[in-house]
Design a protein around this ligand. Structure first.
Ligand SMILES: Nc1ncnc2c1ncn2[C@@H]1O[C@H](COP(=O)(O)OP(=O)(O)O)[C@@H](O)[C@H]1O
Ligand SMILES: [Mg+2]
Length: 305
């Protein structure tokens, strides 16, 4: 049985400017023990999909199962299987950290949970903040507590919605070390992110979402194979000739051109020299997930309907 099953999930919002189709028939399954990445630019529908999974929002059509339990019809059962770390920081300002975690345990009917709470505090670098009031914590510390809160009932499926957006490097590393450990011990992880290096490093499989539709779904290694293997990168202040501009990816002064092998690199450099284009910081690099992502996001015009 799949850990999570999204079955033809659609969501339409009524807005002042008419209907907004945030999700258009999203289907995929996540198997137990996977570290699964849900990628997509802002507005792709990631949080909407997570909200439906968490039972916080209702799908307009389709259904979602968690370990076989329907998130609507069998909410309590599905909810027990899920530990959801929301994108927005929400917390009760009157509790200290340990109280917040005990309260959350009580919500799941767990009475004596201090051993596990201590392990969570330790794993997330929160031990010396156990008695601090939630109000006094920095944004990064609050986020750690949110992660601990999501995990108090030892859910088999951990869902993290952009947990590292705007957090410092240290928290990122603490968080990934901890979540990776839980994954190795058997937890299923669903991570949404727009940090592609993160997804590349952590996720065994990835779904890419664009305007409410899945535009790619594969093993991370397979997605990486889709990208042109190597690229010629350099910086320049000059405009490229049209033939090169057509295949280039330009970010400010940085230009990236696909180049399969050494001969292709030589041809590109010769063309640049002939055109009198001065280049600096020449580098040959391997394509990464960002290249696949940008290709996919640039293409699929039917998805923008
Ligand atoms: N409550 C809502 N009412 C109307 N539109 C919404 C609502 N929530 C999200 N949307 C819209 O749905 C789309 C997907 O949003 P969201 O799921 O937050 O994307 P992501 O998390 O991938 O950035 C966006 O166009 C967003 O503006
Ligand atoms: Mg979001």
């Amino acid at each position: 049985m799949s850990a999570v099953s999204f079955q033809n999930v659609s969501k339409t919002f009524a807005t002042a400017r008419g209907e907004l189709h945030a999700l258009k028939g999203v289907s995929f399954d996540i198997e137990p023990g996977e570290f699964f990445g849900l990628l997509g630019p802002n507005g792709a529908g990631k949080t909407t999909l997570i909200s439906i999974l968490a039972g916080l929002s209702r799908a307009s059509s389709g259904r979602v199962l968690v370990h076989g339990a329907d998130v609507q019809a069998d909410f309590a059962q599905a909810r027990r299987c899920l530990g959801v770390v929301p994108q927005e920081l929400v917390f009760d300002p009157f509790f200290n950290v340990r109280e917040a975690l005990r309260f959350q345990s009580g919500y799941f009917g767990i009475q004596r949970n201090d051993d596990w709470i201590d392990e969570l505090l330790d794993g997330l670098g929160l031990t010396d903040k156990a008695n601090a009031n939630m109000r006094q914590l920095s944004g990064g510390m609050k986020r750690r507590v949110l992660v601990a809160q999501a995990l108090v009932h030892k859910p088999p499926v951990i869902v993290l919605d952009e947990p590292t957006a705007g957090v410092d490097v240290e928290l990122r590393q603490t968080l990934w070390a901890f979540v990776s450990r839980l994954n190795k011990q058997g937890s299923t992880v669903l991570l949404t992110t727009h940090y592609l290096e993160e997804a590349e490093a952590l996720c065994n499989r990835i779904a890419m979402l664009k305007l409410g539709q899945v535009v790619a779904l594969d093993k991370t290694s397979e997605l990486l194979k889709q990208a042109v293997a190597t690229q010629l990168c350099f910086k320049t202040d000059q405009a490229l000739p049209p033939a090169l501009a057509a295949q280039a990816r330009v970010t400010g002064r940085v230009v990236r051109l696909p180049a399969q092998d050494a001969a292709a690199v030589e041809r590109l450099l010769a063309q640049l020299r002939e055109q009198g284009i001065a280049v600096e910081d020449i580098e040959i690099r391997k394509a990464d997930l960002e290249d696949v992502f940008l290709d996919l996001m640039a293409g699929h015009p039917e998805a923008s309907a």
